[in-house]
Design a protein around this ligand. Structure first.
Ligand SMILES: [Zn+2]
Length: 447
């Protein structure tokens, strides 16, 4: 069953909005407009003046409605590790701060970490995320309970003595089993594969992961070219870049989502475009960990599908995708020394339709037939003044809006945030659980 059609509320609902920001490539806005929802999907979008007759429930959205934001790269259960290893570069941060703690994680820890992450994301208007972590059944349970859409890509690692304590073969087998059990669950969950990176797995494991992703016709996500030095040894051994190596061993024959993709050659970018590899661009994580600035303009010009990602809350340190929505074009313009690159419509598209396309989900645009993942943003705020033309709304969304203006959120037509409060997650209890469990993890590694 395709994710998105099971267990959705029935009965037609109309969102009557001050403005409908459709999120399409043309930047279309209906002011005022309506979005009609039925069975978890959008059935009509357009201006109020020509809206069809409606007999169901009507919800007044005096601000603007827009597609839910899509987080294409996260390790959200790491809310348990938020703030850990501050100031360390990626390699030492992983080996000395993160992996030792992760070795002590239980499924219950991951459930509560993910639950808090869902509460944080939904509250910010993030309706879908792609999650790579461990104890993935707990991730699935958490997202289903929270009513959030998720591509769960079980992490596959091979680091003796530091990681979660199982070899890559067992982890790959378990990922295949999870796909059989949970793909399509509650109309919210898709299951992919998350081999960590070329520098943390043998070539044999990468090859096997690519093969399984093709067999299951699912998405394989992998950290790629995150730092300048991570793959030096691998590149010396094989005399080719890591994207070329992944192509050589068949991994790029699968549906691949490359996270970070900071340090790419021109030939790498051409290869990603040719092989239809999507990229999860994580500008804030890359900036915070000092990893570099990805070549966003070049990737888009080459025709690569790009979405935005927060990365884990231990390296960001939040799950508020509005920050990436603004930082991505800011850094791209700073890098290019050119204010004309990445306009507001393109930037907004990265966080919405680009992300949805990268994850292979039918959302990211308010249009008939798409999943009803919708966000109502308040515009009765100085950040939205003045609005003299439709284009001003788009500019304000990218350059001056912020997550605290998110008022209401629907995922598959089911309301999960009302009047700025997440109603599907008990965030007070989740925060209490994460606080206590984080303290236990710190004690376990003697910190
Ligand atoms: Zn990551």
């Amino acid at each position: 069953m395709p994710a998105g059609d099971e267990g959705c509320p029935t009965g037609r609902t109309r969102l009557a909005a001050g403005a409908v920001v459709t999120g399409d490539a043309a930047g279309s806005i209906w002011r005022p407009g309506v979005v009609d929802i039925d069975g978890g999907r959008i059935v009509h979008v357009g201006p109020s003046s020509s809206a069809p007759e409606h007999h169901g429930r009507t919800v007044a959205c005096p601000g603007l409605v827009m597609p839910g934001l899509v987080n294409t790269h996260g390790h959200s259960p790491m809310t348990l590790l938020r703030g850990v290893g501050e100031g360390l570069p990626l390699d030492r941060w992983l080996r000395h701060a993160i992996w030792p703690r992760e070795a002590h994680l239980t499924p219950e820890d991951v459930f509560w970490g993910m639950t808090l992450g869902c509460g944080e994301m939904l509250r910010c208007g993030v309706t879908t995320s792609c999650e790579t972590y461990f104890h993935d059944t707990a991730v699935v349970d958490a997202v289903v309970e929270a009513g959030m859409r998720c591509l769960v890509t079980p992490g596959i690692l091979d680091i003796p003595g530091t990681g979660p304590g199982r070899g890559w073969r067992a982890m790959l087998d378990a990922a295949g089993e999870l796909h059989a059990e949970a793909d399509g669950r509650a109309g919210l969950v898709s299951v992919g594969l998350g081999p960590h990176a070329a520098y943390t797995l043998p070539v044999e494991a990468l090859t096997a992961a690519g093969r399984l992703a093709r067999e299951l016709d699912t998405i394989l996500t992998i950290h790629l070219a995150e730092t300048a030095s991570e793959d030096h040894q691998l590149q010396a051994e094989h005399s080719m870049t890591v994207p070329a190596l992944l192509d050589e061993i068949g991994v790029l024959d699968a549906r691949v989502l490359a996270a970070h993709a900071v340090w790419l050659t021109d030939a790498d970018i051409a290869l990603l475009a040719e092989r239809r590899v999507a990229v999860a661009h994580c500008p804030q994580s890359n900036a915070k960990l000092g990893s570099g600035i990805a070549r966003l303009v070049d990737l888009l010009q080459a025709g690569v599908t790009v979405g935005l990602g927060t990365d884990g809350p231990a390296s960001n340190n939040d799950l508020d995708l509005w920050e990436e929505l603004r930082l991505a074009p800011l850094l791209a313009r700073a890098r290019a020394a050119d204010a004309s690159v990445i306009d507001a419509v393109s930037a907004f598209g990265l966080a919405t339709r680009g992300g949805a396309a990268a994850l292979g989900i039918d959302a990211g645009v308010l249009a008939p037939g798409r999943l009803a993942d919708v966000v109502h943003v308040r515009t009765d705020d100085p950040r939205f003044v003045p609005v003299l033309a439709d284009a001003d709304l788009m500019a304000h969304l990218v350059w001056s809006s912020a997550s605290h203006l998110v008022a209401d959120v629907w995922v598959g037509g089911r309301q999960v945030v009302a009047a700025g409060v997440c109603t599907s997650v008990d965030t007070v209890e989740a925060a209490r659980q994460v606080q206590a469990r984080a303290a236990r993890l710190a004690a376990a590694v003697g910190r």
